[in-house]
Design a protein around this ligand. Structure first.
Ligand code: SF4
Length: 476
């Protein structure tokens, strides 16, 4: 089946022009369809459509076909059901994060889209909302005859701007033009908030906001909404990370309202890592939304004051909404189109995956500037370190979406003090990326490595040590 799927991508240009003819001629059959009745016509068409599209495209019959804009690769074969572009976990060889034996559907889609329109620089698909599961198994050909196409959502940007006095501290910092520093904090495996507060305390006065991960790596921890609310009540500035892996659109909208009611003002929309690498690999992944349709949900609630269903909210949440981008995995430069799409969908800040490859990042930023994306969203670069080359190599091999060039690993491996060398690489990276035009700041990550990250913030010159810093627990 995979080989036929790839044949269709290789012949995407011919299939696309055939489909163009089909969609132009199909409405001519509308009077016949009306005479038969839609239900009876669908009964006749469905087995033919299922057989033909199944054979040619490994089509999953979602009932909202976008094959003609995804380079003839059915996005419903994606293990996370991504409909708006690739996830950040694509492997270096272009294979799927979840099914390593399969080529990433979006790498194929990009390939097919380029065969259809080699110079096309925008994302191949329009802004697609969350899928309507009621339409699964239904015919799209009947829709084409009746002149209907897959639903598209409208970009919300420009509908509503938060007045400066009402912006979150993090948003104010981003819009001030001053360098932004954020840090990632993993919530504890505890019903006691103290370990969380102790981790946050290390960064008091050193960062503008603290990202609270949401079941990172598919592992169970205290909920990110609860951990974010705990930090907000203690005067910290949390960024609530919300992933599509564990909740459907009903739960996610409830959580967004709950977070806002508890004083959380910043949200990072993520698709999320698959469950297969986490501590509950037997769990069922949800992926009712992808990162782009999640942005649509969040901005619909904030800008229009309504649920995705259209039902009005009594009070709209006021959230500073962001998203992620990973320039370091395939389909490399095409990630720009994906970023552009997230910005169009309403992301006002962007945080990247770990940057260890300055050459790749520089190239990425050139295109970001060429498209003016750095003026439409605040771009914050992910940086970090671990204690040894072995730990970094493990991360590169086991954490989806992390790519570390061999020369960086070799440099750390050869050093007499690997921990110090890894730290030096991180500081050099910070200095290099913050000198690049269009970069708003850095986002520090490093599992349970808070003390070292705090030292890096000071030693790299990002921040002065806070007045009265306790030398035992703060950077030297
Ligand atoms: S790598 Fe990600 S986007 Fe690509 S097919 Fe796998 S889950 Fe989908």
């Amino acid at each position: 089946m995979h080989s036929l799927r790839r044949w269709s991508v290789r012949h995407a240009a011919a299939l696309h022009s055939w489909y163009g003819w089909f969609s132009r001629l199909a409405p001519l059959a509308a009077p016949l369809l009306r005479r038969l009745g839609t239900a009876r016509a669908e009964k006749l068409v469905l087995p033919v459509e299922r057989g033909a599209k199944g054979l040619m495209f490994d089509c999953q019959m979602c009932g909202q076909c976008v094959l003609s804009s995804t380079g003839m690769a059915c996005p419903m074969n994606c293990a996370k059901q991504m409909r708006n572009g690739p996830c950040g976990g694509v492997r270096a060889d272009g294979n799927c994060e979840v099914k390593p034996e399969m080529r990433c559907v979006w790498v194929e889609a990009t390939d097919g889209a380029k065969r259809i329109a080699p110079d096309h620089r925008a994302h191949p698909t329009p802004l697609l909302p969350a899928i309507d599961h009621r339409r699964r198994g239904r015919s799209t050909w009947v829709d084409v005859v009746e002149g209907r196409s897959a639903p598209v959502f409208q970009p919300p940007v420009g509908e509503r701007v938060t007045p400066e006095a009402e912006q979150s501290q993090f948003e104010r910092r981003c819009t001030s033009g001053e360098r932004v520093v954020t840090v990632e904090i993993a919530p504890p495996d505890s019903a006691d908030p103290q370990p969380l507060l102790a981790r946050a305390e290390i960064f008091r006065g050193l960062v503008d906001a603290m990202n609270i991960t949401d079941g990172a790596g598919g592992n169970c921890h205290m909920s990110s909404v609860a951990a974010s609310a705990i930090l907000a009540t203690r005067g910290f500035e949390p960024v609530y990370q919300i992933a599509c892996r564990d909740r459907n659109r009903i739960a996610i909208q409830g959580d967004l309202l709950g977070a806002a009611a508890l004083g959380v003002r910043n949200v990072l929309c993520l698709t999320g890592d698959d469950v297969s690498r986490g501590d509950h690999p037997q769990a069922r992944p949800v992926f009712d939304l992808d990162a782009v349709s999640l942005l649509h949900v969040a901005r619909t609630m904030c800008d229009r004051g309504e649920y995705l269903s259209g039902r009005k909210l009594d009070k709209a949440p006021d959230l500073f909404v962001g998203a992620t981008v990973n320039p370091f995995v395939p389909p490399y430069l095409d990630r720009i189109a994906n970023l552009e799409k997230k910005v169009a969908a309403g992301a006002r800040f962007i945080q990247t995956q770990f940057c260890f490859d300055l050459r790749a990042f520089d190239e990425f930023m050139r295109e970001v500037r060429a498209r003016g994306l750095h003026r439409r969203a605040h771009l914050i670069v992910g940086v970090g370190t671990l204690a040894s080359a072995k730990a970094l190599r493990w991360m590169a091999n086991n954490v989806p979406g992390v790519a570390i060039p061999e020369e960086v690993l070799a440099r750390i491996e050869a050093a007499p003090d690997q921990k110090a060398e890894a730290k030096a690489v991180c500081i050099e990276t910070i200095r290099a990326v913050t000198a690049i035009e269009g970069v708003a700041g850095v986002h520090l990550m490093g599992h349970r490595n808070e003390q070292v990250l705090a030292q890096i913030i000071v030693e790299s010159g990002l921040r002065e040590p806070p007045a009265g810093a306790d030398r035992a627990s703060r950077p030297a």
